[in-house]
Ligand binder design. Structure first.
Ligand code: KE4
Length: 424
């Protein structure tokens, strides 16, 4: 007898490529049928077969307060009663822009878009428009969404798919994208030695979270800041994951390094489709309709999405202990996993920053793309399957992150640790 997820997946693959609307959801690298989720609340998700899961994906980051937070839900319902979209300016967009600018010191102005991909694509265009230069430096293993120029040695699903560069991307689109090694400032300097006066920007995930989780080495981010300043290039922090995850001023506040442009997604939409990019006034004023960098979007700043994001961001802003508690929860949880791994004697490495973490099946310390790639994806698949059987829902791929939320209780985390003990 097929489960409902199995029969739905059988249908889905007829009409949707791979049966999913985003590749990593297909469970391809763990070799299982994806679970079709019916609803979620707090730290739990429930699939169409009535199975309950303790969720460590949190929709890939947005659910920092847990799923279906009442204040977020109420704000969405109320916004819906006034209409879903007007294609016109609204008050909530002003409130959202003011809020982000008030919380992130490096941001004077911000533009809302509809995804992290769109935020990065637009920020890169603004950097090129502002500097008059074409080249962009990114890091192998960092994923910045699927715009053509960024699909070079990307992370996330591209890594799992074993396709370092995507099909369908003309060579011309990536000719100006240079790849450096994460945590290796010499690899960046050598690119600047070659063509520093042509480099518009360096874009980086201030915490690598798409090759699994890879923290920035001491001095790495500051080193990027110094190189960009020296050559008149812009430093773009892709904070689609770290933004409002590590703190109200994201990785910039957490590590004390300011970017020239910052991209956001996920948490600022609380689960609704929202992205944003922002930075210094003189850069953002190159963007249409003020400047000549064109960027637009039918649903950008959508009132319902803004209502969801505003509700979540205000809750994060108004709890002075929120991040201290969440980051401490992460230190304790991932620290326990590290202890379990060490006691097991198995070749397992654990990286984490705050509530973001990753269990790598390798004995090699994971500090960049090459060392992340030493992880045994088959062992991860077996670990994933064992955890799923015990009702723990992890990222269905080795090169992703675990996300803790305020909704994960101590008891739930203790149970997850017991499951990990049996599964690694
Ligand atoms: P979206 O276009 O998926 O909203 O954002 C792209 C993006 C940009 N920058 C960073 C640092 C990101 O992590 C992402 C997207 N993250 C993945 C998770 N690895 C989304 C999950 C998926 O692709 O389904």
């Amino acid at each position: 007898m097929m489960t409902k997820s199995e029969s739905l997946f059988q249908e889905a693959v007829k009409y949707i490529p791979g049966g999913v609307n985003s590749p990593v959801r297909a469970f391809g690298s763990v070799g299982l049928t994806p679970r079709f989720i019916e609803r979620a609340r707090g730290s739990h998700m429930y699939d169409v077969d009535g199975r309950e899961y303790l969720d460590f994906v949190g929709s890939w980051g947005p659910m920092i307060l847990g799923h279906d937070h009442p204040a977020v839900r109420e704000s969405v319902i109320k916004a819906c009663e006034d209409g879903l979209s007007f294609g016109a300016a609204t008050e909530r967009e002003v409130e959202m822009a003011e809020l982000i600018c008030s919380l992130v010191p490096s941001i004077d102005m911000v533009r809302m878009v509809n995804s992290g991909t769109e935020a990065v694509m637009s920020a890169v265009r603004a950097a090129r428009g502002y500097t008059g230069r074409d080249k962009i430096v990114k890091f192998m293993g960092c994923y910045h969404g699927h715009s053509d120029a960024m699909l070079v040695k990307a992370g996330s699903g591209v890594m799992t798919a074993g396709v370092p560069d995507s099909a369908g991307v003309p060579a011309g689109c990536t000719a100006d994208t240079l790849s450096a090694v994460y945590n290796d400032l010499d690899s960046v300097q050598s690119l600047f030695d070659l063509c520093g006066d042509q480099i518009a920007a360096v874009i980086v995930e201030p915490v690598g979270a798409n090759m699994g989780v890879v923290p920035p080495a001491e001095g790495f981010l500051q080193g990027l800041r110094d190189i960009c300043t020296r050559y008149g290039s812009l430093l773009i922090f892709d904070e689609v994951i770290t933004g409002f995850r590590l703190g109200l001023d994201g990785a910039q506040g957490y590590f004390g390094v300011q970017a020239d442009l910052t991209t956001f997604g996920k948490i600022i939409g609380a689960g609704m489709p929202v992205g944003a990019y922002g930075g210094k006034r003189e850069i953002m004023e190159t963007v249409a309709p003020v400047g000549k960098v064109y960027q637009a979007g039918t649903l950008s700043g959508n009132p319902v999405a803004m209502a969801a994001g505003l509700a979540q961001l205000r809750l994060l802003r108004d709890d002075p202990l929120f991040y201290e508690k969440l980051n401490r929860k992460g230190d304790s949880f991932y620290g326990e996993i590290e202890r379990i791994a060490e006691e097991s004697g198995k070749p397992v490495r654990v990286n984490h920053v705050g509530s973001l973490g990753c269990v790598f099946f390798t004995e090699v310390p994971v500090v960049n793309y090459a060392t992340a790639k030493t992880a045994d994806t088959q062992k991860y698949a077996a670990y994933f399957a064992s955890m799923l059987k015990q009702g723990i829902y992890l990222a269905p791929a080795q090169f992703e992150a675990m996300f803790l939320s305020a909704a994960h209780s101590e008891e739930e985390l203790a149970y997850a640790l017991e499951c990990i003990k049996k599964s690694i």
